[in-house]
Design a protein around this ligand. Structure first.
Ligand code: ATP
Ligand code: MG
Length: 310
């Protein structure tokens, strides 16, 4: 439109992402491959949370690693603020890594047992900013500790001296060190006690409100996904089978797999829980069928259909 500024690209735009892994023995010289991610596309806006759900092995973590370029995709594009990361050299990626960070399920294995947590949080600052005066660095680390609700007097301690929830806070503090715009959270609360889960979720939401962070939130906990995600994408066998606003997914699921996934989650109301029908979805029914196409059923709500694309 005349006089309008060009709209800025979404924070993250993933287009046709594919990832193959070698699988099994080679047959007649041809290497068998497993297509763990098969043409996944989605966008994520600034300040938005997209939930990525689906059965174990459906490719969620592979999407996370490929978005972060911790693993190189076999195909497709990953555009961060409009710039394609796929095929970029490590040195070109380095400054962009400040913008996106990842946190994992098991905070203990993310931490270095021989490094104090203060040093762990300071590490990315030293990597990206080189030598900075010690007192200025300490001040930054203390501020990060405060932001995630950790006692800055404990920054000289080692990971084993913290609880699971505190360790995840340390990982979040490190992720925040470079003021990212995107945090990929791969089951960040799965390993934690239920009460601690709520605390970590509250922290993530508070950080989103304060800093406009966007989250790609991978979880098996549909209740939590419903609680915090603006939009949801459901994965099955490397494909997104349904995606849309959280409201649409939870109240108007159309794909039989999404319906089965939702029917397996506990209702808060025991009476409703007892009367609810369990739905089952046998993925084998898709064996040998074409992967279909995504059809928009209501605005922004897409469902995979297996008929003929027009
Ligand atoms: N490094 C690898 N080498 C070979 N195959 C892999 C590798 N990483 C993942 N896979 C395979 O890719 C598929 C997708 O795995 P992925 O870890 O992405 O699933 P997921 O959806 O995160 O599952 P979960 O919910 O259990 O974490 C699986 O079949 C898995 O075995
Ligand atoms: Mg996973």
């Amino acid at each position: 439109m005349n006089g309008m500024p060009p709209s800025s690209p979404p924070l993250l735009q993933v287009e046709g992402l594919c990832k193959d892994y070698p699988a099994g023995a080679s047959l007649l010289g041809a290497r068998a491959v497993l297509r763990a991610v098969d043409g996944v596309s989605f966008t994520l806006a600034r300040g938005e949370t997209l939930g990525l759900v689906g059965e174990s092995g459906s490719g969620k973590s592979t999407v996370a690693r490929c978005v972060m370029q911790l693993e190189r995709p076999t195909g497709g594009r990953v555009l961060l603020n409009g710039r394609d990361l796929v095929g970029m050299s490590q040195s070109a990626l380095r400054p962009l890594r400040k913008v996106m960070q990842i946190i994992f399920q098991d905070p203990y294995s993310s931490l270095n047992p021989r490094m104090t947590v203060g040093r762990f949080v300071a590490d990315p600052i030293m990597i990206h900013e080189g030598k900075i005066p010690r007192e200025a660095l300490m001040q930054r680390v203390r501020a990060l500790f405060a932001k995630v609700g950790l006692d800055a007097r404990h920054l000289g301690r080692y990971p084993h001296e913290f609880s699971g929830g505190q360790r995840q806070r340390v990982c979040i503090a490190r992720a925040l060190a470079m003021s990212p715009q995107l945090i990929v959270a791969d089951e960040p609360i799965t390993a934690l006690d239920v009460s601690i889960q709520a605390q970590i979720i509250n922290l993530l939401q508070q950080l989103q409100d304060e800093q406009g962070l966007a989250y790609l939130f991978i979880s098996h906990d549909l209740g939590m996904v419903r609680h915090i995600c603006h939009r949801v994408a459901v994965m099955l066998r490397g494909l997104i089978v349904e995606t849309g606003p959280a409201e649409a997914i939870f109240h108007d699921a159309r794909h039989p797999y999404t319906q089965a996934l939702l029917s397996a989650t506990l209702e808060a109301d025991p009476a409703r829980e007892r009367s609810k029908a369990r739905l089952f979805f046998d993925a084998a029914q898709l064996d040998g069928r074409a992967s279909g196409f995504m059809k928009e059923v209501t605005p922004g709500h897409f469902v995979r259909e297996y008929g003929h694309a027009r």
